[in-house]
Design a protein around this ligand. Structure first.
Ligand SMILES: C[S@@+](CC[C@H](N)C(=O)[O-])C[C@H]1O[C@@H](n2cnc3c(N)ncnc32)[C@H](O)[C@@H]1O
Length: 219
């Protein structure tokens, strides 16, 4: 069975095209925000959000509109998202163009979001990032991770598709790592569901996985 491996550079180029509206989007990137995000926001009336892998910025924009300051990090050219942000929100936005493998955490965030991005990273980096979120989120603050695990990705020709050095998390190991890292926070909730994506033209299911939504509040 053939395996095709996509590099980090290819991931960046793909998302720059998608966010620049140059290719059709099958990933539901502009779909509804997670209910767990709204729960988290309502229980943490503070001031600063860190959005890791902000993508087309739907969480960042919502947080800015809700009055938060936002530090938003992504691999892609930041001018693509910046040009779509309403001018009045820009003063409260700090856009950071950076590979999360190189991102240096700094304290002071009340909500840290890591949504649909961890699966791209090498396992050692993803684990370091989870630990850094635990250390750098303010007391009284919280975090939401949404992570794909047990991933099966196929091209329409049937080849297996992988990203360079991707974590390939198994669902159980991911839960156990998150749980162990955040257990001292005292308030942890998670759900697991099934997820799939389809090419709307060729009707081919190219992505299947579990999706873990993990929320912790640092009481
Ligand atoms: C599926 S999108 C999710 C975007 C957003 N969090 C959301 O929920 O709409 C994945 C994002 O992760 C970013 N990404 C992938 N690998 C990355 C890396 N190594 N460092 C930083 N960002 C990365 C991509 O550029 C893309 O914007």
């Amino acid at each position: 069975m053939t395996t095709i491996v996509r590099s980090r550079e290819m991931i960046r180029a793909h998302y720059e095209k998608v966010f620049g509206s140059k290719v059709p989007e099958y990933e539901n990137l502009s779909g509804a925000l997670s209910e767990k995000y709204f729960d988290l926001k309502s229980s943490i009336p503070r001031s600063r959000v860190l959005d890791l892998g902000y993508g087309n910025g739907k969480y960042t924009i919502d947080a800015l509109r809700s009055g938060y300051n936002v530090d938003a990090v992504d691999l892609v050219d930041k001018s693509i998202f910046k040009s779509s942000v309403p001018k009045e929100l820009l003063p409260n936005l700090n856009l950071i163009e950076c590979d999360l493998s190189d991102f240096q955490f700094y304290d002071g965030h009340d909500i840290t979001l890591c949504i649909d991005v961890l699966h791209f990273l090498p396992k050692s980096i993803a684990r370091r990032l989870i630990k850094d979120v635990e250390k750098s989120t303010n007391k009284g603050g919280g975090t939401l991770f949404r992570v794909f695990s047990n991933i099966e990705r196929k091209t329409k020709e049937g080849a297996t598709l992988k990203f360079e050095d991707e974590a390939e998390f198994k669902t159980e190991e991911l839960i156990s790592f998150l749980y162990n890292t955040f257990q001292k926070w005292g308030d942890i909730r998670f759900t697991i569901s099934k997820y799939s994506e389809h090419d709307q033209v060729k009707k081919h299911t190219y992505f299947r996985s579990d999706v873990l939504e993990f929320v912790a509040v640092n009481r």
